[in-house]
Design a protein around this ligand. Structure first.
Ligand code: ZN
Ligand code: ZN
Length: 117
């Protein structure tokens, strides 16, 4: 997963602070920890964490693979997707960016973190 690809995918998101869909930028020096970076809103400079170490994440969150299996693709309506990365625009929720296993369409799902608390 490279930064440019992630930035492309983030274009569909609305900034939780300025409520506009400005582009989010991920400067390579925004590294927080291994696999974790910051994406900045180009409008208001709000930053949110981007998690890209999916292998480590899925190891620690055994519920998530089950959730992905039941995820329905908006393009082909088949179920089953793989997780590419996820962002956390606010403490209450996250966006999971996934790719459909059947047709390789990328889409994202909003999730409240309640299920994982
Ligand atoms: Zn903003
Ligand atoms: Zn699909």
């Amino acid at each position: 997963m490279d930064f440019k690809a992630v930035e492309q995918r983030l274009k569909g998101l609305t900034c939780p602070v300025c409520k506009t869909s400005h582009d989010f930028m991920i400067p390579p020096d925004s590294r927080i920890t291994d696999g974790e970076y910051k994406a900045y809103c180009q409008g208001c400079r709000y930053s949110m964490p981007v998690h890209m170490d999916m292998e480590g994440y899925l190891r620690n969150q055994p519920d998530v693979p089950y959730w992905l299996k039941g995820m329905r693709c908006p393009a082909c309506e088949k179920t089953g997707a793989s997780l590419d990365f996820w962002v956390q625009p606010s403490v209450r929720g996250a966006f999971y960016f996934v790719t459909c296993n059947a047709c390789k369409q990328g889409f994202f799902e909003k999730s409240s973190l309640e299920a994982f608390e």
